[in-house]
Design a protein around this ligand. Structure first.
Ligand code: TXA
Ligand code: MG
Length: 316
């Protein structure tokens, strides 16, 4: 069931249940982060491997200190970007259960920039552990209906906060000795981080088979249909025996027939493309196509995060 009853969400969370949480990035599957059983039921509902830690959502920057040791540099960046699409990996305090962090000594903290999520967090005396509200390895949900479709009865109630504004997950950053490492590209661009920090990001560690952010596996965001990255300039006739879905950056027209043709941003705006990405992948996956052809965006702003997701959706 979905709705906008925040008090109902509060009661369910207090009782250790799971709810669908709207955020500016994607919907989360939320539970009381200090309740071990509730946290374990998140892993079960998502069929998520226990080695992949959860992000903890808090109400305001001052509250981060309750759950982690926050250095001066992080405090400055958090004051600039929170609430917003960024997660900080910090040394955890003992109050955060090991189940949340998969045994790591660090915890990911974030303040979601969504009015409903903030109102809810303001009414709770515990933080919310919330991964994206999809089955492990599939596309992340951008609407309450996506959550219900993906998780069904595993979620007691979905707070319906409309379609997510950003569309891709938060940027995950880790600060060590004053240097910024990006563990996941996401809704806050490298350009914005570098401008605020007054220095270059030291490293971008994206997907691998042994990632530093354990959820950054090479293969992810599977829409249920094979995805292939092409530039559309080359000969597409090799696909002509197949039913083709196209997800392009700007609008494109084709001579050969396709069963689905959507542009992520007809005007070529990377931010708009990020917002549309996961829903386009879902629709293409449901179009009856045998293959989804797509293309990479310019490597700038949120284009980097979109390209990261597309490459992982296309990973064999
Ligand atoms: O935008 C978002 O971040 C969304 C919304 C719901 O807040 N959440 C989200 O959660 O994307 P999830 O679970 O799908 O992705 C969390 C990522 C995983 O790749 C996980 O490995 C990484 O965060 N992570 C969590 N805690 C970590 C830690 N202590 N150290 C390194 N990586 C961590
Ligand atoms: Mg996820």
């Amino acid at each position: 069931m979905k709705g906008s009853d925040i008090n109902k969400a509060v009661e369910l969370l207090k009782a250790g249940k799971l709810i669908g949480l709207p955020t500016e990035t994607v919907y989360g599957l939320a539970a009381d982060a200090l309740n071990r059983d509730a946290v374990l039921s998140i892993f079960a509902a998502k069929k998520r491997p226990a080695f992949d830690p959860l992000i903890v959502h808090v109400h305001q920057v001052s509250e981060m200190e309750k759950y982690a040791y926050v250095d001066e540099f992080t405090r400055r960046l958090a004051a600039r970007f929170c609430p917003g699409p960024v997660t900080f990996i910090l040394p955890k305090k003992p109050v955060i259960p090991d189940e949340v962090t998969s045994g790591l000594p660090t915890v990911g903290l974030r303040i979601p920039n969504h009015p409903m999520a903030l109102e809810l967090l303001g009414k709770l005396d515990f933080p919310l552990a919330a991964p994206s509200a999809n089955l492990f390895g599939t596309t992340s949900p951008g609407t309450a209906d996506h959550v219900l479709k993906s998780l069904g009865n595993a979620v007691a109630y979905v707070l319906d906060g409309g379609a997510c504004e950003v569309g891709v997950e938060s940027t995950i950053i880790k600060i060590s000795s004053g240097e910024i490492e990006v563990l996941r590209l996401g809704g806050l661009s490298l350009e914005e981080i570098e401008a605020a920090a007054g220095k270059k990001v030291k490293a971008v560690k994206t997907s691998s088979s042994q990632p530093e952010a354990p959820g950054m596996l090479h293969k992810h965001y599977n829409p249920g249909t094979a995805v292939e990255i092409t530039n559309f300039e080359s000969d597409l006739s090799k696909y002509k025996t197949k039913r083709i879905a196209v997800i392009s950056f700007r609008t494109r027209n084709f001579e050969m027939p396709v069963v689905f043709n959507e542009a992520l941003s007809p005007s070529g705006n990377v931010r708009e493309a990020a917002k549309n990405l996961f829903s386009a992948l879902r629709r293409a996956g449901e179009s009856g196509a045998e293959i989804i052809l797509t293309e990479l965006l310019p490597e700038e702003g949120l284009g980097r995060a979109v390209n990261d997701r597309l490459k992982r959706a296309a990973a064999k």
